[in-house]
Design a protein around this ligand. Structure first.
Ligand SMILES: CC(C)(COP(=O)(O)OP(=O)(O)OC[C@H]1O[C@@H](n2cnc3c(N)ncnc32)[C@H](O)[C@@H]1OP(=O)(O)O)[C@@H](O)C(=O)NCCC(=O)NCCS
Length: 158
């Protein structure tokens, strides 16, 4: 008997759901020093001003992005991809889809803050057309007590 070879489905972008809260907290913990609890994530998912999207196969989550809207502007609160899946284009696909979703909701300008030393994130934002519009010296406090500069980036949406 031949056993069919099942290809894993290609990851797709979808809206975040309440059931994703624990997976979001886990992905956040892989990407950042400051932790978010599953309850923190649930609160954000309940917030009508927050737009969240994830990328993954089936119900699984391999990355997520959350933005908060205010009038026709929005700020990316966070974006993270599972450590074992980084560098495979998931972050770019997710963020591209997110830009389209926000534009569809009437958002014209998108902002975010990124650690000056975060090369992968800066590469991602640079590829997707974000420009530096400000610097906040000493904005981040690292676990060793040292401070890091935040760059403020902006992207106009069509
Ligand atoms: C930032 C992050 C979301 C990027 O996700 P990713 O899926 O690894 O990114 P992609 O594979 O889609 O890569 C996007 C672009 O950045 C570049 N890039 C990715 N990782 C890189 C690295 N380590 N160094 C240099 N460039 C890198 C890629 O070359 C790609 O550009 P290209 O397609 O033109 O070649 C991911 O590294 C992450 O979760 N980091 C921890 C959390 C974090 O720092 N979030 C950002 C907070 S502001």
């Amino acid at each position: 008997m031949r056993i069919p070879f099942l290809m894993p489905p290609t990851p797709s972008v979808r809206a975040l759901r309440m059931q994703d809260a624990a997976a979001i907290a886990d992905l956040h913990a892989e990407g950042f020093h400051a932790s978010w609890s599953a309850q923190d994530c649930e609160s954000m998912l309940l917030d009508k001003a927050v737009v969240g999207q994830g990328i993954g196969r089936g119900a699984g989550l391999e990355g997520f992005v959350l933005s908060r809207m205010a009038a026709d502007e929005a700020e990316i609160l966070t974006i993270a991809v599972a450590r074992r899946r980084r560098g495979a284009g998931l972050g770019k696909r997710l963020l591209q889809a997110h830009l389209g979703r926000l534009a569809g909701l009437g958002i014209r300008r998108l902002f975010l803050e990124v650690d000056e030393g975060n090369a992968p994130a800066r590469a991602l934002y640079g590829r997707l057309g974000f420009d530096e519009v400000g610097r906040r010296n000493g904005y981040y406090r690292k676990p060793d007590g040292s401070a890091a500069t935040a760059l403020v980036l902006k992207r106009e949406l069509d």
